[in-house]
Ligand binder design. Structure first.
Ligand code: DGP
Length: 114
């Protein structure tokens, strides 16, 4: 999508990618909330997680989780623990309209989340 910042980052047009394959891209969050804060996105534009239904997009979301696990291991946060967050719509804090998984780690996490 032409005016989507995460489409541009995922395509490599701007910014620096931490991970890339044919379907998925990952990059460090601009405003990190933890020592490790990576955003993992599908290269395909999907506006929000609630738009995902059964089928290829559901498989793609599963693939993103596998990529998150891989990045967590690479960043050394697997053993201590990490959190994966998807904000869906304004009420949950979604501010960028291209589905993204937050991978957070490197500090103790609180619960419940804010
Ligand atoms: P959310 O609030 O769940 O939609 O998360 C959006 C996140 O995206 C937020 O943590 C800040 C980050 N972000 C916004 N714009 C950019 C950008 O241009 N580059 C990067 N690397 N991160 C961005």
């Amino acid at each position: 999508m032409d005016d989507c910042i995460f489409c541009k980052i995922a395509a490599g047009t701007i910014g620096t990618l931490a991970y890339e394959d044919d379907e998925v891209a990952a990059f460090d969050d601009l405003n990190p909330q933890a020592p490790v804060h990576v955003l993992i996105v599908p290269k395909k534009h999907i506006t929000r997680i609630s738009d995902v239904t059964d089928g290829p997009d559901a498989c793609l979301m599963g693939k993103i989780l596998v990529v998150a696990n891989r990045i967590a291991a690479e960043r050394g946060i697997s053993a201590d623990g990490y959190r994966i967050v998807i904000n869906c719509n304004e009420g949950a804090g979604q501010s960028v309209w291209h589905v993204h998984f937050h991978l957070l780690g490197g500090r103790q996490m609180g619960w419940p989340p804010g």
